[in-house]
Design a protein around this ligand. Structure first.
Ligand code: GDP
Ligand code: IMO
Ligand code: MG
Length: 429
């Protein structure tokens, strides 16, 4: 087995950065396939904490290829400063970075439009609560076939034609908001610097990944966001603008589905969401606040407080099906132990199923989870390094998740550090 996809199985922030960092120790290639710097993936390596937004979370291993696929949208200024920061921390000092020529580029007017639209909608219906990073407008331009790709940055005359085309579509909206029109010359000038920086880093990512697979190398495909934020299958319209599911890895990298061997999905031991949209198991009272403070649930990209609630097993089962999960990673088990009592949602009222019924229309039913609420539980969980080390209520909780979702648990995370991990199955066979 050489190719493993790791995806978020909830609304993002499940711990993809941590899990990818742990598994990347065994991989030669780590490849992001979707999203942009709306993502914030956290790696904790002892005393060091690193948050990646565009760079794949394999960056802590010198020599491991870190690949940005065609399905991504890249804000070049953010990318350059992220790489510079990682290099100051001693990473990416070789030729690890590889960027798809076909990835799309987030430009200043995409960021402006994202913010303006959110501001205009604020307080009213239609506010998505985006990260305001220009993600939606960049994917919109891509679908409208006027997007700017990385390869366009290397060809100033083609870039200029593309930008003029965007000007025709976008200036009207910018000016309606009292914002300056697209400055084509300024972007073409900035692109000279981006192109110089990109030289030696761009390639046909599909060919690179295919060659790695054929050579028997281990390829780890890193998802961004989560299943319920997927453009097609998430809680539309409260979603991101890309395919977050495992199915998106093939298109987003340029490889065929026959090259993929396994898909692991990540879930927290509870649920969080940031931004607008339905969240059936959200706890709006003190328990939600307790979860937020115990789990330090603040967005790694925007710093926004995340809404918190109980584990939603019907939604997780749905995510498992959408992704064809072969393994389940459960993170933040230690955090759940900080609560005086724990509940879980195994079903929605009337047996409603996500996919058939909108999540805003379901009512979560809860069952208490026995054995939690012991103040010493968290410490015992945090030091566990094998399943056998876990206190029995924690093991019973994991067994119940596995049985309800129907996917084997392959990894359990008991703290933010990469060492605080229990791997129950080999990631690469
Ligand atoms: P991602 O977007 O899926 O990569 O997740 P984020 O990095 O945005 O958010 C996950 C947060 O939980 C980060 O602050 C991680 O350091 C932290 N984290 C990950 N796994 C665990 C865990 O098992 N226990 C605790 N306490 N924190 C964790
Ligand atoms: P990672 O990869 C959590 C949410 C935003 C908003 C919606 C649309 O760290 O898990 P966008 O800026 O993408 O147009 O916003 O999606 N969102 C995320 N929530 N984690 C993320 O990424 C997210 N990326 C986008 O909050 O609700
Ligand atoms: Mg995140």
């Amino acid at each position: 087995m050489t190719t493993l996809i790791v995806v978020g199985a909830q609304w993002g922030d499940e711990g993809k950065g941590k899990v990818v960092d742990v598994l990347a120790s065994q991989a030669q290639v780590v490849a992001r396939y979707a999203g942009g710097n709306n993502a914030g993936h956290t790696l904790v390596l002892g005393a060091r904490k690193i948050v990646t937004h565009l760079v794949p979370s394999g960056c802590a291993y010198p020599g491991t290829a870190c690949v940005l696929g065609a399905g991504m949208v890249i804000d070049m200024d953010v990318f350059q400063s992220e790489v510079a920061e990682l290099q100051r921390a001693g990473m990416l000092l070789g030729d690890e970075l590889r960027v798809s020529l076909d990835a799309h580029v987030i430009l200043p007017f995409h960021r402006q439009l994202d913010g303006l639209r959110e501001d205009q909608a604020s307080g009213g219906a239609g506010r998505i609560g985006t990260t305001r990073r220009g993600i939606g407008p960049a994917y919109e331009a891509k679908a409208a076939r006027r997007g700017v790709r990385v390869r366009d940055l290397l060809d100033p005359s083609r870039l200029r034609v593309r930008l003029e085309q965007n000007k025709q579509h976008v200036d009207f909206e910018l000016q309606r908001h009292g914002v300056a029109a697209i400055d084509v010359d300024a972007i073409v000038r900035a692109a000279e610097g981006w192109a110089a920086w990109l030289r030696g880093k761009v390639c046909d990512v599909g060919a690179l990944v295919e060659a790695a697979v054929r050579a028997g190398q281990r390829v780890l495909c890193e998802g961004a966001q989560g299943a319920l934020l997927d453009l097609d299958h998430g809680t539309y319209p409260y979603v991101t603008s890309s395919t977050t599911l495992a199915g998106g890895a093939c298109a987003g990298l340029g490889i065929g589905p026959t090259r993929v061997d396994a898909v692991w999905g990540i879930t927290k031991a509870y649920t969080t969401r940031v931004g607008a949209g339905p969240f059936p198991t959200c706890e709006r009272g003190p328990l939600g606040e307790l979860l937020r403070s115990a789990g330090d649930e603040y967005g790694a990209t925007t710093g926004r407080p995340r809404d918190c609630g109980w584990l939603d097993l019907p939604a997780l089962r749905h995510a498992a099906r959408l992704n064809g999960l072969t393994g389940l990673c459960v993170t933040k088990l230690d955090v759940l132990a900080a609560l005086p009592s724990v509940q879980v949602c195994r079903r929605y009222a009337d047996g409603a199923e996500p996919g058939e019924v909108l999540l805003e229309d379901v009512v979560a039913e809860y069952e208490p989870v026995p054995g939690w609420g012991d103040p010493q539980l968290r410490e015992r969980i945090a030091v566990a390094r094998r399943l056998e080390d876990l206190p029995s209520p924690a093991r019973a909780y994991l067994d119940a998740i596995e049985a309800t979702v129907g996917v084997p648990i392959t990894l359990v995370s008991v703290g933010p550090d990469r060492a605080q991990t229990i791997l129950t199955r080999a990631a690469f066979g």
